[in-house]
Design a protein around this ligand. Sequence first.
Ligand SMILES: Nc1nc2c(ncn2[C@@H]2O[C@H](COP(=O)(O)OP(=O)(O)OP(=O)(O)O)[C@@H](O)[C@H]2O)c(=O)[nH]1
Ligand SMILES: [Mg+2]
Length: 301
Amino acid sequence: MNKSGFVSIIGRPNAGKSTLLNRLVGSKVAIVADKPQTTRAAIQGVLTLDGAQIVFVDTPGIHKPDTTFNRRMMDTVRKALEDRDLLLYLVDATLPFQPAEEQALELIGKTAAPVLLLLNKVDAVKEKAQLLPLIERYSAMGRFEEIFPISALRSVGLEELKSAIVKRLPEGPQYFPDDYLTDQPERYLAAELIREKILHLTRQEVPHSVAVLVDKFEETPRITNIAATVYVERVGQKAIVIGAKGSMLKRVGTSARLEMESLFGRKIFLELFVKVQPGWRENPEFLNAIDWRSMAGLEEN
Ligand SMILES: Nc1nc2c(ncn2[C@@H]2O[C@H](COP(=O)(O)OP(=O)(O)OP(=O)(O)O)[C@@H](O)[C@H]2O)c(=O)[nH]1
Ligand SMILES: [Mg+2]
């Protein structure tokens, strides 16, 4: 008998959802950064086990949207709550209960799927007793079937978690081949890796203002030629992303290229450009252009 199903990973920004997805599928499919709203689209990561296939869906952090772009992100989250076999609700357990968590909990209150609560980042919690008030607070809601303390970063508690997930999956076919890891095209992952490096190297308002579009993705027998444009919202941000004599853009390009070479298993030639696109977060055409699913005419799932 084979089991399979769709499992969405949800929670507040920065809880560690993308880190968890990468650990669960054993490969980097989603970018990770210590900045809220790193993930902007739903990303599938597929784990194929003996007799079971789990399609995880990583989602943007649940937040109060203030731009058209952020409203689209929240639409993505809402879609990822529909028709799921199971939801994983991730919380940063190094923090006391956050009032902002209420909005996120309200969303899952309206869904039908069973939910597991994952108290993440326990590697950074010195006194385990610190978890007790959180456990009490969340148990009292009566919405969670089970609570797992985990560390996505250090892969602690993930085997128990996988077993608990498989146990709850319905009987079903294997949807994807054994070696299938994600629904994202390499072209989109390349843009994401470039954005990740910028998130790591810049701060304050720059991360939110950055979008990356791959203009060329050309595979030749020896090398893949990639050209991408980094969009920012203001001239000052362009200066930051380029850096003195191009030093910042060079660091971004080199680290993105090295990671692409290791992930794609090929030599990469990467060219980066920086452009100012004022107000892109309110520009529907631009938002469609950075959303690979809408470009490919695909529905979100
Ligand atoms: N100490 C510790 N840090 C973690 C753990 N999991 C994730 N992090 C860190 O938390 C930060 C956010 O991780 P992400 O995986 O990007 O979080 P996210 O929930 O996907 O965030 P958004 O995409 O912005 O919603 C990164 O700096 C991670 O390294 C963990 O188990 N322990
Ligand atoms: Mg994320």
